[in-house]
Design a protein around this ligand. Structure first.
Ligand code: GCW
Length: 672
């Protein structure tokens, strides 16, 4: 708290202390792109002294092409192709050189030094006679995007930020773009430091007010774009497919209608006149009530390609979401399976999408659950650029009231090899990059739960390099955020490292998903969605639980996977325990490969999960005095709620399955 009694904005992973090692050191920056200007301002703010390029500068940032001119002994062949965003770093006798090909590489190289430090000028580096070792850093994905589900004006049910758990929007206030966008500038800097390069600034559920960002508010959107531009980040807008009707009064939004096509082409031209580096459109169509091409008997390739044609002359992209399913299901109808929907809609269209269309696919076939199999749409689309969509905002993973570090889950998704171990991974197949739903708001800690900052950090780092280790990212984040106290850092590591599995252990078991309160999706409700139209069922009765998604006897969803997974998931003998109930309906006495029965597994994990949270609470208490007071207090409050909520989950889930099955806990623990 400051003297006015308000908590000042938290610096996330860039507190002043991070820059201490750079103060009074010398830097030479070669190049004059605006992004180099950003680097110069950063260096200046860090207290570095800019000097002309010479072998004496402790840090030199220069184009690869200039290495020879400046008589550097760095082997240009070892630097190789850096693309527009990559950089190479070489340490030479205690001096550091960052070589870039495109100016964005200079910015990312700068933040590499911020993270890793400059080292000691007198001692670092190899023997003077050796050519310095060159480390190359080139992003694995060229599109690293954040999607904000922010509404301009408050939505009566969803609030200002849909599924937002960190206060209001940082972009909008009182039904318009904020006058003061300085926080957006600070956000842009934080995002650049982790390599994010695209941001969609409004909700994919596009309300009437929000649709007008594309037209009446272009001047305002352009102000937001100006905050991001110095940090190498391009702005995208979520657009409503019905815009020609709702904004322009045309009688139709049919994608083959020429007047409709013309309207979109003109809209795109106006956007690019205002925002030269505009990224493109993000579209949720024919999904959960959003308008789309189905209304006109057209398919999603027709719809996406029409928008793509409008953007193509300007170099823009359409991110078209594959989250299309029937949300007006009848629970009595056992033939419809929501998990199948995206594949059934989109795989038949493979090959028909324009080059500047990216199909954005949620990581799982349902909806951001704590455990789902990886979506078969990603391997299913061979001729379409696909972007993997993750959810940083913790809609189904504790809503930023529970401490849940999601990077281990994302690592599992990214390294999943749908065609078997020797084939490409999900990361390899995501040729359209990675997108994720953002988790920040106008909260002083940005993310509500201060420890949820780790998820945003990890997202950026993984989108850049999906092979990074989740624990290593956690440690990197903790070191930047919490400084030198190794006890504090070690404690945070222990608290978060396995927290995703802890959360899984006390919520819905074995891949069954949902079991949350309808509407806000927080807290347990075993039958909350069981008889609802949303298509998210578990079919628990007195004999068993789970959804038969096999080809042999079920919905056939398992057949959407290529081998080997189709067979692995199809058979009870090979399905991984953690996904058992996603693919199979089994009796409670079914034995998992772990040896426990299903119902005993439910009891064990739920009792254990609560104890793990209790240990987290004690661990956090022990860090009192080692962590910023306001941060400590906020996390303490959240952990208390997490313990309450985990206990509620334990008791509701255990009691439900005890009542349903009549099978007692082998260990005789208390079940209500
Ligand atoms: O998970 C669901 C959310 C909706 C969201 C939708 C989507 C933006 O409950 O709030 O709408 O997914 O991804 O479009």
């Amino acid at each position: 708290m400051d003297e006015t009694g308000t908590t000042p904005e938290h610096p996330m992973w860039l507190p002043e202390a991070v820059f201490r090692g750079l103060r009074d050191r010398t830097i030479a920056v070669v190049g004059d792109d605006p992004l180099l200007g950003t680097v110069r301002r950063e260096a200046d703010a860090a207290g570095m002294t800019e000097v002309p390029p010479s072998a004496e500068a402790e840090l030199t940032i220069m184009p690869v092409a200039d290495l020879a001119t400046h008589a550097r002994r760095i082997d240009a062949a070892a630097v190789g192709d850096l693309g527009t965003e990559g950089y190479a770093i070489a340490r030479e006798g205690g001096r550091t050189v960052i070589a870039y090909a495109g100016a964005a590489g200079a910015l990312y190289g700068w933040f590499h030094v911020v993270r890793a430090g400059l080292g000691d000028a007198d001692t670092a580096g190899g023997a003077a006679s050796d050519a310095p070792t060159v480390e190359r850093h080139v992003p694995r994905h060229s599109l690293r995007m954040l999607d904000h589900w922010d509404n301009v004006s408050e939505h009566p049910v969803m609030g200002q930020v849909e599924r937002g758990y960190a206060g209001g929007s940082i972009f909008y206030e009182d039904g318009r773009v904020r006058e003061d966008l300085s926080r957006v500038e600070r956000y842009a800097r934080l995002l650049a430091s982790i390599g994010v390069n695209r941001v969609a600034i409004n909700n994919v559920n596009v309300g009437r007010r929000e649709a007008r960002l594309l037209t009446d508010d272009l001047g305002e959107v352009s102000r937001i774009a100006a905050c991001f531009r110095p940090w190498g980040i391009r702005v995208h807008l979520a657009v409503s497919f019905a815009s020609p009707i709702t904004l322009a009064g045309l009688p139709t939004a049919d994608p083959v209608d020429e007047a409709v096509q013309q309207w979109w082409a003109d809209a795109a031209t106006r956007v690019y006149a205002a925002i030269e580096d505009f990224g493109g459109f993000l579209v949720k169509a024919d999904s959960e009530g959003q308008p789309g091409p189905f209304a006109y008997g057209r398919d999603h390739a027709d719809g996406a390609n029409m928008l793509a044609a409008a953007l193509a002359p300007h170099g823009g992209i359409v991110h078209w979401r594959a989250f299309v399913y029937n949300h007006r299901q009848d629970w009595r109808d056992r033939s419809t399976d929501r998990a199948r929907a995206a594949y059934d809609h989109f795989v038949p269209l493979d090959g028909r999408f324009a080059d500047n269309v990216i199909l954005q696919v949620k990581y799982g076939p349902l909806d951001f659950q704590v455990r789902e199999p990886v979506s078969p749409v990603i391997p299913g689309l061979r001729e379409t650029a696909v972007a993997l969509e993750l959810q940083i905002t913790q809609e189904y993973t504790g809503q930023q009231r529970h401490a849940v570090y999601l990077a281990p889950q994302w690592r599992e998704i990214l390294e999943f090899a749908p065609f078997g171990d020797s084939g490409p991974t999900i990361s390899d197949l995501s040729r359209g990059g990675i997108a994720a739903v953002a988790n920040v708001g106008d909260d002083p800690f940005w993310t509500g739960h201060p420890l949820a900052q780790a998820n945003l950090y990890a997202y950026g780092r993984l989108a850049w390099d999906p092979s990074l280790d989740a624990d290593a990212i956690l440690d990197e984040w903790a070191a930047l955020t919490f400084g030198d106290d190794t006890t504090a850092r070690g404690g945070i590591h222990r608290l978060l490292s396995d927290s995703w599995r802890t959360y899984e252990s006390y919520t819905a078991p074995l891949g069954v998903g949902f079991m949350v309160n309808p509407g806000d999706h927080y807290g347990p409700s075993v039958e909350g969605y069981e008889y609802s139209p949303w298509g998210t069922y578990h079919f628990a009765d007195r004999d068993g639980i789970g959804v038969d998604r096999t080809v042999a006897t079920g919905t056939g969803y398992a057949g959407q996977y290529p081998e080997p997974w189709r067979s692995v998931y199809e058979s009870l003998d090979s399905v991984p325990d953690e996904l058992l109930l996603f693919f199979h309906h089994v009796p409670y006495s079914h034995r998992l490969r772990s040896g426990a029965t299903v119902v005993q597994h439910v009891y064990d994990t739920h009792f254990d999960g609560v104890e793990r949270v209790r240990a987290q609470v004690a661990l956090w208490d022990s860090l009192d005095g080692r962590i910023d007071t306001a941060v400590h207090r906020r996390v303490t409050e959240r952990l208390a709620e997490q313990l309450r909520s985990a206990t509620d989950w334990r008791d509701q889930i255990n009691t439900y399955f005890f009542r349903a099955s009549g099978i007692a806990d082998e260990r005789g623990r208390r079940i209500y």
